[in-house]
Design a protein around this ligand. Structure first.
Ligand SMILES: Nc1nc2c(c(=O)[nH]1)N[C@H]1C(S)=C(S)[C@@H](COP(=O)(O)OP(=O)(O)OC[C@H]3O[C@@H](n4cnc5c(=O)[nH]c(N)nc54)[C@H](O)[C@@H]3O)O[C@H]1N2
Ligand SMILES: Nc1nc2c(c(=O)[nH]1)N[C@H]1C(S)=C(S)[C@@H](COP(=O)(O)OP(=O)(O)OC[C@H]3O[C@@H](n4cnc5c(=O)[nH]c(N)nc54)[C@H](O)[C@@H]3O)O[C@H]1N2
Ligand code: SF4
Ligand SMILES: [Mo]
Length: 728
């Protein structure tokens, strides 16, 4: 038997591991780590090992589907589906205006490298600005806070040379996303600890990462803003700030200092439920280390005050001067994007929220993180001019991922046209008028372009060096299938709607540089050609990257942070008036938050499990061996008090709705909490299948109260709940 191995990129998650696919006599048989990849060095996780099972899954869609008048889905040829969808879109646009057409880009909207650019061009060509994405039900506070704070025009301190890393509510050993660079997170932690780096983790659960920390704070959820304010209080009180950096580059220092005055270690420790000396210790260790940044994951972003938390993180990094200075070498100046120009100067605050296209609900509008997705269901449901009537969902799963599941289901039903790009009959696909069946990543070219953007997304993201990989399509589509690449839906419907698609090469900092190209409708481009077009202004030419099929580090540069321009007077702002008011108001908040603690004594917090990726992966046998559902992990002491044991069925009730759960003892969870993964379960009709598919925590969250005022993000963690036993 002849075995051959070919390198490719795993695209199950955004970590983009370089992996190998083994072929026995031409048949792909196994996916494994690629020892020859310079960044991942053989790393692969259990999800990545399932790429062939996912591709060959018996329930994978091999043809697009159309829902008939009887509600049943039947196969439809992709060409016919495109023609019909274009007709329906044309009618909706002509009758109700461009704003009635919206797109939603979910997790797998990046499965194909051309989709984002083409779908964006498509919506623009239709003159609609209703572009939504999962980013605004994730950590939208990151981009909004960055805009309010302003941007340092050089990177923050990188992880590889850091003396400290402080992570709030992020667990990159499982999530492979944020807080640690892209690559092999376990090895990064081991190496960093070996060189003496302080690893401070703030998480109500003793996570996989917290177990390796040099200091773990295990507070109540939702107290991150107070904790950061408390740390800033200590830093100012003890004179640990970088006074010179603040003097030269930063505004609002006095305002921040005044706002954190009330956050004494004692007051903060009491509300957060941790020892006061731990808080002081964390502040001293962070400030004293001199190099390294603080960052947050989804937990703190979803627990209330998400934007404020992200703002205070930027503030603590700025107060401690954790930005690169003139003369320092930029380890990653961008690879498939134009070279990043690093300068030791501040670009002051820019527009953050409340601009551009207004929503008709809750006074929300566009933000630096994009349109507020948590308000889209209401936007679809609210009668009147401008109502969204057609939604194209690109590799996302609104029915199980959006907050307030029952409202989302109503909204999906109310749409005149729902088109779902998917690889299977997901919960959303089952409600769609058309399900456009797509190729899986191994059947399409891929490249690490998105990962270049992660470098700019926020502190704690992206590659530690200039790294890139390009992978041509590795596998053919299954025999007899009719599958498309996601971008083709937009190309084919634009052609029929007679609107032009204009693409520009991508850049990290705003509108693309380089000449725009109008796509030719007479000759359909290949995805490889689109990859060339999008990277036309790349620092490292794509052709050069292609010479290294196992990926390569393009390190032979000496790009340094330039000195500040003469007369430059831009300043970062750490004292934004609106946010300082929000911070001060926190002191008046009832500890434990809004809901009556007697009625709702527990808090449900978010988490990720290794064997699921949002709603994906749950149908793959090897990912189901340990858990088929999403257990409600609780501290054994709480379970004992409630006289509950492993596997018991409970009702989990918020002041909005209720779901069932199956409890599981877990002593890493702080008492008083329920730690549970999202995007499990299905529509309520399937609640009885709980033990096979789990339950949907999104149902517990209302979207129209208790939301972040800037981004509309509601509470998707730190949700007050009551737990009661259920008989089976
Ligand atoms: N309560 C609660 N809710 C949450 C969260 C939480 O922590 N708590 N987290 C939020 C976060 S951070 C996010 S990002 C969102 C995620 O929100 P979404 O992105 O909307 O949800 P996913 O489940 O990732 O949807 C992925 C969809 O893509 C399909 N798919 C899989 N592979 C492919 C492919 O190769 N091509 C295409 N075209 N489709 C594919 C899957 O079948 C699935 O239907 O959920 C959010 N919702
Ligand atoms: N295996 C796997 N990997 C994934 C995903 C997945 O579903 N499965 N999803 C992907 C997506 S879409 C994203 S956005 C990233 C997210 O990546 P992360 O943000 O790292 O996700 P989590 O692992 O859920 O970590 C969130 C942590 O926040 C803690 N937490 C909850 N509430 C609070 C709070 O109020 N304060 C503090 N300090 N902590 C809190 C939780 O205990 C949990 O440990 O992961 C990505 N990677
Ligand atoms: S971490 Fe796992 S799922 Fe993510 S890219 Fe790597 S192998 Fe694939
Ligand atoms: Mo996410």
């Amino acid at each position: 038997m002849a075995t051959q191995s070919r390198p490719t990129i795993c695209r199950f998650c955004f970590n983009a591991c370089g992996v190998l696919v083994d072929f026995d006599d031409g048949e792909p048989v196994r996916v494994r780590g690629d020892e020859s990849n310079p960044v991942y060095q053989g790393f692969i996780c259990i999800k990545g090992q399932q790429l062939l099972e996912a591709r060959n899954h018996p329930e994978r869609l091999l043809r697009s589907m159309k829902r008939g008048d009887d509600g049943m889905h039947r196969p439809i040829a992709s060409e016919k589906a495109f023609a019909e969808i274009a007709d329906r879109l044309g009618e909706i646009r002509d009758k109700y205006g461009p704003r009635s057409i919206a797109t939603y880009a979910g997790t797998y909207s990046v499965a194909n490298p051309a989709t984002a650019a083409i779908s964006t061009a498509w919506l623009k060509a239709l003159r609609s600005r209703m572009a939504f994405s999962s980013n605004t039900i994730d950590q939208p506070g990151k981009a909004v806070a960055q805009a309010l704070h302003g941007a340092w025009m050089a990177p923050c301190h990188d992880f590889m040379t850091a003396r400290v890393a402080m992570l709030f509510g992020a667990n990159p050993l499982v999530a492979m996303s944020g807080g640690l660079p892209q690559g092999n997170p376990g090895r990064f932690v081991t190496d960093a600890l070996a060189r003496g780096m302080e690893l401070i983790v703030v998480d109500p659960r003793r996570t996989e990462l917290a177990q390796r920390a040099t200091l773990h704070l295990q507070p109540r959820p939702g107290e991150d803003a107070a904790l950061l304010a408390g740390m800033l209080h200590v830093i100012f009180a003890e004179g640990l700030e970088d006074a010179e950096f603040l003097q030269e580059n930063v505004a609002g220092v006095g305002e921040l200092r005044a706002a954190v005055a009330a956050f004494t270690p004692k007051a903060v420790a009491e509300r957060a439920g941790i020892p006061a000396d731990q808080l002081v210790d964390a502040a001293r260790r962070f400030a004293g280390a001199g190099r390294g940044v603080a960052s947050a994951g989804t937990g703190p972003n979803m627990s209330g005050h998400g934007t404020l938390v992200e703002y205070l993180l930027l503030a603590i990094n700025t107060v401690c001067g954790r930005w690169m200075r003139a003369g320092e070498r930029v380890a990653n100046p961008g690879t498939l994007v134009p070279q990043f120009m690093a300068k030791a100067q501040a670009f002051g605050p820019y527009r953050a929220y409340g601009f551009g296209e207004p929503m008709r609900v809750r006074g929300l509008a566009n933000t630096a993180a994009g349109m507020p997705t948590a308000a889209l269901a209401d936007e679809i449901l609210l009668e009147g001019e401008g109502r969204v009537r057609a939604l194209i969902s690109i590799g996302g799963n609104p029915v199980v991922a959006w907050p307030d599941q029952l409202k989302t289901i109503e909204a999906m039903k109310k749409l005149d046209l729902l088109v779902q790009l998917d690889i299977k009959m997901s919960a959303t696909a089952k409600m769609a008028d058309y399900v456009v069946a797509t190729k899986v990543p191994l059947e399409m070219p891929g490249m690490t372009l998105l990962q270049d953007f992660l470098t700019m997304y926020s502190q704690g993201f992206g590659y530690p060096q200039s790294y890139a990989q390009y992978a041509p399509a590795l596998l053919d589509t299954p025999d007899g299938s009719d599958l498309v690449e996601d971008w083709e839906l937009f190309y084919e419907t634009a052609k029929r709607l007679k609107v032009e698609l204009v693409l520009k090469p991508v850049s990290l900092t705003g509108p693309g540089q380089g000449e725009p190209t109008t796509l030719d409708f007479a000759r359909k481009p290949t995805t490889a050609e689109l990859c060339d077009l999008l990277t036309k202004t790349a620092r490292v030419p794509l052709d050069e990257v292609k010479k290294h099929p196992h990926g390569a580090v393009f390190d032979d540069h000496d790009i340094r942070v330039e000195a500040k321009d003469d007369g430059w007077d831009g300043r970062l702002d750490i004292g934004n008036e609106v946010l300082m008011t929000e911070l001060v108001d926190i002191t008046a908040e009832q500890v434990g938050g809004r809901a009556d603690v007697e009625t709702y004594p527990f808090r449900l917090i978010s988490r990720r499990m290794m064997t699921a990726y949002n709603s994906s992966g749950r149908d793959l046998p090897r990912l189901r061996t340990k858990w088929k559902h999403n257990p409600a992990f609780m501290n054994p002491a709480d379970l004992a008090r409630l006289q509950l044991g492993a596997g018991d069925l409970v009702e989990i009730q918020s002041d909005h709705s209720a779901i069932f759960g199956i409890v599981e003892p877990d002593d890493t969870v702080r008492e008083g909490l329920v730690s549970m993964s999202h995007s499990f379960g299905d529509v309520p009709e399937h609640d009885g299948d709980l033990r096979a598919i789990g339950s949907n925590t999104g149902r517990l969250t209302p979207v129209d109260r208790d939301y972040d005022p800037y981004t509309g993000l509601p509470r998707m963690s730190n949700i007050p709940v009551r737990i009661t036993r259920c008989e089976a």
